[in-house]
Design a protein around this ligand. Structure first.
Ligand code: NAD
Ligand code: UDP
Length: 337
């Protein structure tokens, strides 16, 4: 099997993808600057697989450090997760987001090109659809960015498109994730956000474990069945497996692929609360608050292209997502620390 370089591989989605790559016989090398993660995630990977993954604590902005890693290994492909992802922070620190995400990606692409490694899977996001005018969202929906974070994803998508147009030796899969939640079924790995979570599921699990008093539900006056926002939550293990399918697809039918990774099911905030309460047996107190700026009423994927192109579809349901998120949080109330 192939040797895969994973940037951002100690992070939430990266570490789960490393786990699935190893479980499926790939060789993996990880780099991360640990700005938003802990190398403990790779110890957990080792406990589950018996494999100690080579890890480089390095920064995408340090091109020399990346070149040194490529000099030591022969990679078949790169899965590029590393990047900053907090929407609010990106509004406050746009230059930092543009530099880290875009300059960092340019450095990576240059090093790949210099080493003739031209197979790339890139973490994009449904944020590139801006405020969608219809659901489900298919890949041909109009693209726009409503904050600097989204603009970095969109810009990188355009950079990859232009690079492919200039040199068709590149093979690229641009994967637009919907809302990743859940954790490996073992309960030993999961999402470990810094500080107070921005996202719904880690907020809910932290209320359940007693770290936060109640959930703030942002908006109950959306034109949805219960007034709360609707999203397409996808189990992180399904998402990780989508990356394995993308690597295989690039090998069998080279080119440039863009596709959604979502389930195609939309659930409201209150649906998630109810499903979590059933899965955990813990009541989640909540209060309605005003809408959060920039939130769409409803966003869920049309997932058919991923099935056609990658032969992939999400298998795990909302109950499983809630069970696994809870198992991780209750076994690791303080995350990896
Ligand atoms: P994460 O923060 O857990 O992982 C990203 C990792 O990148 C972190 O470990 C961080 O330390 C590392 N990193 C950041 N800047 C770096 C740099 N300059 N050099 C080296 N490492 C750096 O986030 P995640 O949820 O696992 O997201 C992974 C990718 O998926 C990101 O690109 C994110 O934008 C994208 N994405 C995430 C979501 C989501 O809701 N989690 C949704 C859509 C897309
Ligand atoms: N949400 C909420 N309370 C929170 C966090 C999120 O009500 O503490 C809502 C949010 O308004 C949206 C949904 O939950 O309707 C998913 O939000 P999240 O931040 O997880 O993902 P997004 O789709 O915004 O990237």
């Amino acid at each position: 099997m192939s040797k895969v370089f994973v940037t951002g591989g100690t992070g939430y989605i990266g570490s789960h993808t490393v786990l699935e790559l190893l479980r499926n016989g790939h060789e993996v090398v990880v780099m991360d600057n640990l700005s938003n993660s802990s190398a403990e995630s790779l110890n957990r990977v080792k406990a589950l697989t018996g494999i100690s993954v080579p890890f480089y604590q390095a920064d995408l902005l340090d091109k020399e450090a990346m070149s040194a890693i490529f000099a030591e290994h022969t990679f078949e492909s790169v899965v590029h997760f590393a990047g900053l992802k907090a929407v609010g922070e990106s509004v406050e620190k746009p230059l930092w987001y543009y530099k880290n995400n875009i300059t960092g990606t340019l450095n990576l692409l240059e090093v790949m090109q210099e080493n003739r490694v031209k197979n790339l899977v890139f973490s994009s996001s449904c944020t590139v659809y801006g405020e969608p005018d219809k659901v489900p969202i298919s890949e041909d929906a109009p693209l726009s960015a409503v904050n600097p974070y989204g603009q970095t994803k969109l810009t990188i998508e355009y950079i990859l498109r232009d690079l492919f147009q200039a040199d068709q030796d590149w093979n690229m899969a641009i994967l637009r994730y919907f809302n990743p939640v859940g954790a490996d079924q073992s309960g030993t790995m999961g999402e470990d956000p810094n500080g107070i979570p921005n996202n719904l599921m880690p907020y809910v699990t932290q209320v359940a474990v007693g770290h936060l008093p109640y959930l703030r539900v942002f908006g109950n006056d959306y034109p949805t069945q219960d007034g709360t926002g609707i999203r397409d939550y996808i189990h992180v293990t399904d998402l990780a497996l989508g990356h394995l399918k993308a690597i295989e697809t690039l090998r069998l039918s080279p080119g440039l692929i863009r596709c959604n990774l979502g389930t195609g099911n939309g659930y409201s905030v209150l649906d998630v609360v109810k499903a979590f309460e059933t899965a955990s047996g813990v009541a989640i107190p909540y209060q309605f608050m005003p809408r959060r700026a920039g939130d769409a009423a409803a966003a869920y994927a049309d997932p058919t292209l991923a099935e056609t192109l990658l032969g992939w579809r999400a298998e795990r349901d909302l109950e499983q997502m809630c069970k696994d998120s809870w198992k991780w949080q209750v076994n690791n109330p303080n995350g990896y620390s």
